[in-house]
Structures are given as structure tokens and as C-alpha cells.
Design a protein around this ligand. Structure first.
Ligand SMILES: Cc1ncc(COP(=O)(O)O)c(C=O)c1O
Length: 386
């Protein structure tokens, strides 16, 4: 049977799409590929919290939350998250992929809803959200990312009172580097009586008055909703949360298979995330640093005629379109000691291959200038006589 899998990989290779792990030995002076946006992954207080938790609680949770795996630290962290997100409750998961896959699928379950649901789904949503929807078998309508006219049109066309409706989107897009017009989405969800599912993977730690995400900037009380976020980006660790009301918390505990049948997150990762989480409000200067440097990079690149996507975020995608050109530029930058991510289909739509540059609080204007110069040099621009 191995030949089927071998054949699949050979086909990917023939399309220059065979994935391989990057070398861990390559010297890198500047890492623009990391999602550790605030530098918390190595912060001494975070590291010490993890060590202390390992000493006190051990490295494993020993079972699922409903059996042996519940512990004080995880419950107090959930209370802390709920307070920061201004929700009644929160539920912690081992990863964002797991949280999305399993929570969204259970929300859309035909066993629970009175009629087949319809999902208004951001075309550029993350793989975990797509797979949750596919798993549920729900009917879905795609809307163009951040196109509120398109979303309204689709809602007008397909929303009917007899069918439960959902809107699923990301508040900050990890590959587009853009911000959701969240207030408009909340208004539309309220007008069409849709359940709103927001993924704040790339917003958590960076937006809102205290840094706890864009969802804290709007009044969500008029819509049924769930807000999801991860600890794997700006929180610097691993795991994820669902912020919700008490009803949804109880539902997750009773229906979400990935919660019920999976071992609870390790005390080590929960302690690290809880420590990092508590530091978020005090990191306004670090957020500002990342945003201003990203803004500088956008300006430098645009001034050279490079196509840069997004605005207002620390994620700066440089769109080359062509897959091979994107990979070649990534490798050229790596040869100069600068690590960026090359993002190609199927992660992004065909023809929109891009470099994904993630600016973090540890970067400075010197390395950003160096990166901008190197990109401008390598990209063959029409203005440069190409
Ligand atoms: C928008 C979005 N949602 C969910 C996830 C999954 O999170 P995790 O890495 O914690 O599994 C990611 C990670 O890349 C993401 O970008």
C-alpha cells in the first residue's frame, strides 16, 4: 500500500509542492518567520512558571479533563481568560487546530440543531476551520475576506429563519496581514440572527485596550458567539482557548469530542501560557514596536514598488504570485541569514504565493531596513528594467 502514498508525494514533488522540514542547522541572523510576536516564548518569567509547574504538578495532566486531568491551575487560567475576554467562561485546549476542528464541528452538529445549519464562511479561513466544517457536513456559502457587501449579499440570499446560520471568520488574518472590520461583522450577525464564530489566533496578545484581542473592542452581547484564540502565537507557548458563555461551556464539556476524549493540556504549557497571559496588558510598548516596524517595512517595500498586502498588523505578506519565484526569494534571503516563510497553494489561493514576514517586538529598524533592501534587490521589478 505504501506506493499510493509515495505516488502522492511524487505528484507533489512534480508540482514543486513537496513539503520538507526546514534545516535546523542553518545559521539565521534574523528570524522573520516566528509567530512569537512579543518574544514571550523565551521570557524568563514564562520559562520559570513552566519549570515551577513541572516541579509541582509534573509534566503531564494524566487524563482528560472529565476524568483525572482537571487541575487547579487550568481552572484558574480559564477564569483569568474569561475575565480578560469579558465572557462568563473559557475552555482551554491543547492546540488551536484541535479547538477549531472539534468545537466548530460540534456546534454545527445535526444531532444538536433543529434543522441543517448554513455556514457563511470566510473564503480564506484557516485549514482547521475548513476541516471542522467539512467534518460536520454542513452546507456552506463562501464570502470574500473582509468584503462586507459580499457577506451582506450572501446573507440576504441564503439566510432563512428556519435554518440556524453561522458566520465563521478570523479577526486578524495570519496570511493576509489584515484586520477584520469586526463591528460591521457583529452588526450583520445581529441583523441576520447568525451565530458568530471568531478566530483570534493572530489577534490575541496584540489588539484591544489590554491586548486581549479584537473581540474586546466590540459589544458581542447581541449575538450568540464563541471567540477562539491560541497561545501559540503572541502568547509564546502552546494551546488554545474558547471564550464563551456558561451555556456554551457546558455544551463543549458535553458534546465536543476533542475536549471529552483528549488528554488535558500539560501543566507545563498551561503555566507558561497563564504567566504570559498575565503579562499581556503590560506589553503595550512591545506591541507598538512590532506595529511601527511592520508599518516601516510596508512603506519601504511599497516605495520600491514591491506588492505588499495587508495593513495595521505585524504580518507583512509580500505577494509574488508565482510559486517558484516565492521559494527562490525565500532561499535567497535565507542565504543572507534572513528567515521568512514562503506560503504557497494550497495554503493560499493559486496565483497568490507570498513571503510571509512576521515582525516581532525583538526586531529593530536596522534589521527591517536590511530585509527591505534585500527583498527590493531580489524582486525583479518592471521599474528596474525587468
Ligand atoms: C487562524 C488560525 N487558527 C488556528 C490555528 C491553529 O493553532 P495552533 O497552532 O495552536 O494549532 C492557526 C495556526 O496557524 C491559525 O493561524
Amino acid at each position: 500500500m505504501y506506493h499510493f502514498y509515495n505516488q502522492y508525494c511524487a505528484e507533489q514533488a512534480a508540482k514543486s509542492r513537496l513539503r520538507a522540514l526546514p534545516s535546523v542547522d542553518r545559521p539565521v541572523s534574523f528570524d522573520f518567520s516566528s509567530n512569537d510576536y512579543l518574544g514571550l516564548a523565551t521570557h524568563p518569567d514564562v520559562v520559570n512558571a513552566a519549570i515551577e509547574a513541572a516541579r509541582q504538578c509534573g509534566v503531564g495532566s494524566t487524563g482528560s479533563r472529565l476524568l483525572s486531568g482537571n487541575y487547579r491551575l487550568i481552572e484558574s487560567f480559564e477564569r483569568q481568560i474569561a475575565q480578560s475576554k469579558q465572557t462568563e467562561a473559557a475552555v482551554v485546549f491543547s492546540s488551536g487546530y484541535q479547538a477549531n476542528m472539534t468545537v466548530l464541528a460540534s456546534l454545527l452538529s445535526r444531532r444538536v440543531l433543529p434543522a441543517p445549519p448554513i455556514v457563511f464562511f470566510d473564503r480564506l479561513n484557516h485549514s482547521s476551520l475548513y476541516n471542522a466544517m467539512f467534518l460536520s457536513g454542513a452546507q456552506y456559502v463562501l464570502f470574500e475576506r473582509n468584503d462586507m457587501d459580499d457577506l451582506r449579499r450572501q446573507l440576504q440570499k441564503y439566510c432563512v429563519a428556519s435554518r440556524p446560520a453561522f458566520i465563521v471568520t478570523e479577526t486578524v488574518h495570519g496570511m493576509e496581514g489584515d484586520l477584520l472590520p469586526i463591528a460591521q461583522v457583529v452588526d450583520l450577525a445581529a441583523s441576520y440572527n447568525c451565530f458568530l464564530y471568531l478566530d483570534e489566533a493572530h489577534a490575541t496578545g496584540l489588539y484591544g485596550p489590554q491586548g486581549y484581542g479584537l473581540s474586546t473592542t466590540v459589544d458581542l452581547s447581541l449575538v450568540s458567539h464563541i471567540v477562539m484564540g491560541t497561545f501559540s502565537k503572541a502568547i509564546g507557548g502552546a494551546g488554545a482557548y474558547i471564550a464563551c458563555n456558561a451555556v456554551m461551556q457546558q455544551f463543549i464539556l458535553n458534546r465536543t469530542a476533542g475536549f471529552i476524549y483528549s488528554t488535558a493540556p500539560s501543566p507545563v504549557s498551561v503555566a507558561a501560557a497563564a504567566q504570559a497571559w498575565s503579562m499581556i496588558p503590560s506589553l503595550a510598548a512591545q506591541r507598538q514596536q512590532a506595529f511601527s516596524l511592520a508599518d516601516l517595512l510596508r512603506r519601504l517595500l511599497r516605495a520600491c514598488g514591491v506588492v505588499v498586502m495587508g495593513d495595521g498588523t505585524n504580518i507583512v505578506p509580500v505577494c509574488l504570485g508565482d510559486e517558484c519565484a516565492t521559494l527562490a526569494l525565500k532561499n535567497a534571503l535565507l542565504n543572507e541569514g534572513m528567515m521568512v516563510s514562503a506560503i504557497r497553494p494550497p495554503t493560499v489561493p493559486t496565483g497568490t504565493s507570498r513571503l510571509r514576514i512576521a515582525i516581532n517586538a525583538r526586531h529593530d529598524s536596522q534589521c527591517v531596513n536590511q530585509l527591505a533592501r534585500a527583498i527590493a534587490q531580489h524582486v525583479s521589478l518592471p521599474a528596474a528594467g525587468g
